[in-house]
Design a protein around this ligand. Structure first.
Ligand code: HMG
Ligand code: MG
Length: 299
């Protein structure tokens, strides 16, 4: 057991947290959220998603968000780009990092991006090439690493296979998504061990949704294995539109509190982050799903 000395948080609230909201959220509210997160010390913020507005209407203002950012020194503002069309639009908006997103489940791949896993990898290859030309880093997501809403159990070997392919293609980091939050700690460790045979641990991130309340336990388990990058969402906002019943990511406030307790550095101001969680949940009329956020707000 060797915990990392520091952990990098990737804040996905403005994207994963908001993408499933049925009522349109004002671009100005999204921009204020991103700015507040930056002020709280989040150094990597997934700001937008250049996907089809027919598929995810809430992300239709991706250009306005990307171009409206009040950029802060030292912060990476990234965006999802499922194909070349999305990448070209993101590049026009001055993006410095993008992410492609695949899955370890055939059915989820079809539902989420309308193609097979093999087709998705073939589609990502030119995205990676074009991004490299433009000097833009690419992150790779793998969904359904601990279970699929359509197929149930997913073999760790399948997760490893897709992760390896994305890494070989040039993704600098592979984010392992427990999309529906069904994972438990030993399962998470076994999955990670399988992937880490093909992709260095330093290049792996944990992206755990908290649908079954297991995300913090799962994170503790993978921290023990050496994972040092965690995706989270302020106030635990979110859900995937193509994974019915999936609730938000693990709350950023809860992750920061856990890491502080373990003596692991994050560079994040927990009070400012918790204030941001209270503010955004009030602004969009959602419950605050961060236990730490609720506890701090009650003080
Ligand atoms: P498709 O229908 O197969 O694409 O969708 P197409 O190439 O046939 O194009 C159809 C229409 O979409 C055309 O417009 C295109 O121009 C347009 P039309 O001629 O009908 O007016 N189009 C686009 N518009 C804007 N931006 C684009 C784009 N591409 C095509 N980039 C596609 C394929 C991938 C586009 C679609 O399936 C899609 O947008 N899917 C996105 C689904 C999504 O965003 N899901 C949530 C994010 S993933 C997630 O949350 C999981 C994650 O958090 C990790 C985890 O938790 O596991 C990352
Ligand atoms: Mg997600």
């Amino acid at each position: 057991m060797a915990f990392p000395n520091s952990v990098r948080l990737v804040e996905v609230g403005p994207r994963d947290g908001l993408q499933n909201e049925p009522e349109p959220i004002q671009t100005a509210t999204k921009l204020e959220l991103i700015d507040r997160l930056g002020a709280a010390g989040l150094a990597h913020i997934e700001a937008a998603s250049f996907v089809s507005p027919k598929w995810v209407p809430q992300m239709a203002d991706h250009r306005e968000v990307m171009q409206g950012l009040k950029r802060r020194e030292g912060i990476v503002y990234s965006a999802l780009t499922p194909n070349l069309k999305g990448l070209e639009a993101a590049l026009e908006c001055g993006v410095e990092e993008v992410a492609v997103f695949g899955a370890a489940s055939e059915s989820f791949s079809q539902k989420n991006i309308n193609c097979s896993v093999a087709e998705s990898l073939a589609r990502f290859a030119p995205v990676l090439e074009r991004a490299k030309e433009a000097n833009v880093r690419v992150r790779g997501y793998v969904s359904c690493v601990l279970g699929c809403p359509y197929e149930g159990e997913i073999a760790p070997a399948k997760v490893a296979e897709v992760s390896k392919a994305l890494y070989a293609m040039g993704c600098y980091e592979i984010s392992l998504g427990d999309t529906i939050g069904t994972g438990t700690p030993l399962k998470a460790k076994r999955m990670l061990e399988a992937v880490a045979k093909d992709v260095p641990m330093a290049q792996l991130a944990a992206h755990f949704h908290d649908t079954y309340g297991q995300a913090l336990a799962n994170l503790y388990a993978v921290l023990e294995e050496g994972v040092a990058v965690i995706d989270s969402s302020v106030a635990g906002l979110g859900g995937c539109p193509y994974a019915k019943g999936a609730s938000g990511n693990v709350a950023s406030e809860d992750v920061v509190y856990l890491l502080q307790g373990l003596g692991i550095d994050t560079g994040i101001d927990l009070d400012k982050l918790a204030d941001t969680g209270s503010w955004i949940t009030q602004a969009i009329g959602r419950p605050n799903r961060s236990k730490v956020g609720v506890a701090l707000a009650a003080q």
